[in-house]
Design a protein around this ligand. Structure first.
Ligand code: AKG
Length: 231
């Protein structure tokens, strides 16, 4: 069986990010707590780009409670602990990770996943059954890539557990068009259509994890990712 990273991810000459953050919404300047309101969680190369992408990029802060995060972790940790973090060859898409898929969940987690599916996917859209779990070590990071169109449909929705992080989207054929998403712990992000097909996405390494000029310490992070099937 192919490793999951081969199935989900395609890395093809990722664009080189050349930008400098410009705030798209409320910018509280440097210092102080990181923003937690949804509209302050996206920053990028221009307001026009954010307008153009509209609901194709969403971050919803506090989508799950700490209790729900705990329920997910209780189900996931025993299986993950049996795996070793992989610090792979430099050109692989992910550095310092372990991953798994899960199809069967306890009641509390089913409730959370149903909520994710209800907000992220069009009604009736056929979904990839198993949920993809990606556990990034504190020193791990995800390089720019676009998910395979062969295996994943128009929408990617991910919950972030254990750590805040910064996801960067860069337009594949115009590297001066980019968005940074602040993904607070317990948030949900959704990438749809153009944002999913025409922009690479990546999770910044701890040393580079900055949002709107503010440092976002990146610790171990587990993402719980739902996808739909290609149409
Ligand atoms: O960890 C995440 O939220 C993103 C995962 C990802 O980029 C992938 O699995 O292709």
């Amino acid at each position: 069986m192919k490793p999951m990273r081969t199935v989900f991810r395609r890395v093809r000459n990722p664009p080189v990010y050349t930008g400098r953050p410009s705030c798209l919404s409320s910018c509280a300047g440097s210092g102080g707590p990181l923003p937690r309101r949804d509209e302050a969680l996206i920053s990028g190369s221009s307001r026009e780009l954010a307008r153009r992408l509209g609901s194709q990029v969403e971050v919803r802060a506090a989508f799950i409670s700490e209790e729900e995060e705990g329920a997910l972790l209780r189900e996931l940790e025993p299986g993950l602990r049996k795996k070793r973090y992989e610090f792979d060859h430099w050109d692989d898409a992910i550095h310092g990770y372990r991953e798994t898929e899960r199809a069967r969940w306890g009641a509390a987690c089913v409730e959370v996943l149903n909520r994710v599916r209800a907000v992220a996917f069009p009604e009736g859209s056929p979904l990839l059954g198993p949920v993809h779990i990606l556990d990034l070590d504190g020193a791990g990071y995800i390089k720019p890539h676009i998910d395979s169109v062969k295996f994943c449909g128009s929408t990617i929705a991910g919950l972030s557990l254990l750590s805040d992080s910064v996801m960067r989207l860069v337009r594949e054929d115009a590297s001066d068009e980019w968005l940074d998403l602040l993904l607070p712990r317990c948030s949900l992000y959704i990438l749809r259509d153009q944002a999913r097909y025409n922009f690479t996405h990546e999770i910044l390494k701890d040393e580079e994890s900055v949002f709107n000029g503010r440092r976002v310490p990146r610790q171990r992070r587990i993402s719980v990712i739902c996808r739909n099937l290609p149409g």
